[in-house]
Structures are given as structure tokens and as C-alpha cells.
Design a protein. Sequence first.
Length: 278
Amino acid sequence: MRIYGLKAALGAALMLMLAANQGMAQSLPTPGPNQTLGFGNGKIVEFTYTENFDCVDEPTEDLNFNGILAQVDPSELYIPICQPGNAPTFDPTGAPVKRTDKLYVLIPFFSSTNDTNPADAIPCPAATVPGEVCGSALGTFLVSNFGMVPEAFEATPAVAVQCPNPSDPAGSCTMHGDTVDMSLVLATLGKAPNPPTGNIFVPLPNHSHLITTDLAHKKSVWWQIIAVLVENPTDWPAADGSSGITTLKQLNAAISASGAIEVPSNFFLFFGSKIIKK
């Protein structure tokens, strides 16, 4: 009888925990077509995008690595070249980027399931950019160089992410670009030529968002993306913000513990934010 009573008590406690978790998950709003969720000082915030993205290319840069500066290379501007690892001087308004608000894009660079199946990588879109690596080719590259297909590039990630929205296809997010050029990051990691000899476009990674506490209720402005490769699964934020990196302090602690890597980018998004769940 005592054993039965203990099992019954444990079962009841488990059911209560599941119900509480389901209730919390259900309390999160469904973003609109031009919205995503994010975190701000441990709170859930909502972003509303009112313009498309921009990836800044300055006149004396050579973002396509063809040896010709952008100021005399119109072809460099035909395709947006969004580069993690690129530190621009100005934002899309022409203001110094050091004064631009920062959006920390958390990228899950680990595999919860130790996935080594190249076919699980984000598939190629209907229209690819020249040289884009996607689908099984992307999966093969990731497994060969990192020993896994990270959640960032899983067609169906095993962790909660804020981009893409549940109704959107993998490799997409509202008002974002659908590719990023990883040439600079891969070169720094020793996985591609250094200096780069060409762009390495991949689908937009699965990701979540973090802004600082004083920016959690704000009208639409430009935000510079600071890409953060999160390598420790325990640092990954839960959908409801109950665990993982949901504050700048926690992000800095993860970086200090070598559980995350932060890099700037020339990628900017235009949105307003507000707190929706404290």
C-alpha cells in the first residue's frame, strides 16, 4: 500500500508539472505574420517588423572576395551579402554603428540527438543564390567538419527556436534574409580558406533573440545583429524563458565559460519591441 501510495503521489506530481508546463506554453502568444518573439532581461518580448532587412556593404569593402572594391563593382550589390564576422562602421541610416541598438541572435550550435545524418539539414529553397550550400551537401559539410548536424541547421530542430515561426519553412524568418555568408566565420574556425576566396552562403539558421532590458519597449528602429554561437545545450533558452540564456548577464557568463562565441555582423533588422510576458 505504501508503494502504491508513493507511485500515485509521484504520478500526480508529474501530471501537475506537465499541466503547468502546457499552460505556460499555451500562454505564449502566436506571432503575427510580421512578428517574432524574443527575450529581454528574462521576459518574453514581441518584435514587430515594419521594414525589410539590410546588409550593409561599404564602398571600400569587397564582400564577394573578387578583388574589386564595392564602389566600382556593381555586381557585388546584386545579392545581399549578410556576413557574420563583418564589423561595419555605419548602420543603414549612416549613423556610427557603435550607437546602434544590438540584437543578439542566439544560434544553437550543438546537436541534442548527436545527429550525423546529412539528409536532416535544412533543404534547399526553390530559388538558391549562386554557390549556396544547403540540403544534404550542407549536412555532409557539417558532419565532416563538426561531427554533427547542429540544431541551427536541422530542418526540424529538437530545441525551441523563435525563428522560424511554427508556420514558416525552415531557413526563413519574417523580414529577414534567407541566406547568410559564413565565409568569415568558417575561415576563423579553420574550416575554410583564410583569407576567404569566395562566399559560402547557407540557409538562415534556426535561432532565438535577446535584447537588453532598457530596450524592451521601443518604437521601430534599426538593430545590428550580433551572432552568438551557443555551444552548450544547457545554455539554450526554453521557449517560456524559464531556463537558459534570457539576459545579457547570462549571455556574458556563457561566453566567459567558453560555452558561446559572439561575433558582429553587417546584418540589420528594423522592428519595434514590447514586453508581452513578465
